[in-house]
Design a protein around this ligand. Structure first.
Ligand SMILES: CC(C)(COP(=O)(O)OP(=O)(O)OC[C@H]1O[C@@H](n2cnc3c(N)ncnc32)[C@H](O)[C@@H]1OP(=O)(O)O)[C@@H](O)C(=O)NCCC(=O)NCCS
Length: 150
């Protein structure tokens, strides 16, 4: 439930994330069921940050192929630029490394400067650019693939 509230707050502010439609409690249930299965199979790492019982940030890593993980992160608007995103990503990178996952990948919209700054600071580099992959508010936006190798 709390994750739905978090993701829907980002959809409402038109954050530069892949999800543009509000999620329902039913879709969260479906997602959580798959996510828990993946965690039990040791194929994912998931961390959240809570303030007074409210989920204000979430980051995860899912093993895409053996030795390769795909990373995601969201922080609620009011809690950005406080170092939370950087800290959570450092934990994800360290936990992934401890499990032998040295190659991490993520996708980001080319206009998402705070995210690109944060990822670059943590050693991710652009490895691919998909031209005009997204269409938002009448504008095409490239998608950038960034990767980090430990
Ligand atoms: C990307 C995101 C996770 C970063 O989380 P955060 O908690 O704000 O991250 P931090 O506070 O640790 O660091 C933010 C960095 O971005 C920088 N920054 C802020 N606005 C910026 C801008 N417009 N351009 C470039 N850098 C910017 C900050 O100065 C800071 O860098 P610094 O530590 O070198 O000073 C957060 O902005 C977010 O959730 N955005 C919406 C969802 C999203 O875009 N997720 C990623 C999808 S790929």
């Amino acid at each position: 439930m709390s994750f739905t509230v978090l993701i829907n707050s980002l959809v409402a502010e038109k954050a530069q994330i892949a999800c543009t439609e509000k999620v329902t409690v039913e879709s969260e249930h479906k997602w959580l069921t798959q996510h828990i299965k993946s965690l039990e199979q040791d194929r994912s790492i998931s961390i959240i940050a809570e303030v007074n019982g409210e989920v204000i940030a979430s980051s995860d890593m899912h093993i895409q192929q053996e030795g390769k993980g795909i990373v995601g992160i969201i922080v609620k608007k009011q809690f950005r630029n406080l170092g939370i995103g950087t800290h959570m990503l450092k934990v994800i990178i360290s936990q992934a490394n401890q499990r032998g996952i040295k190659r991490l990948k993520l996708q980001v919209l080319a206009t998402n400067n705070p995210a690109i700054h944060t990822y670059t600071k943590l050693g991710f580099i652009e490895t691919q650019r998909i031209s005009k992959q997204h269409f938002r508010d009448g504008q095409y936006i490239d998608e950038i693939i960034m990767e980090r190798i430990s």
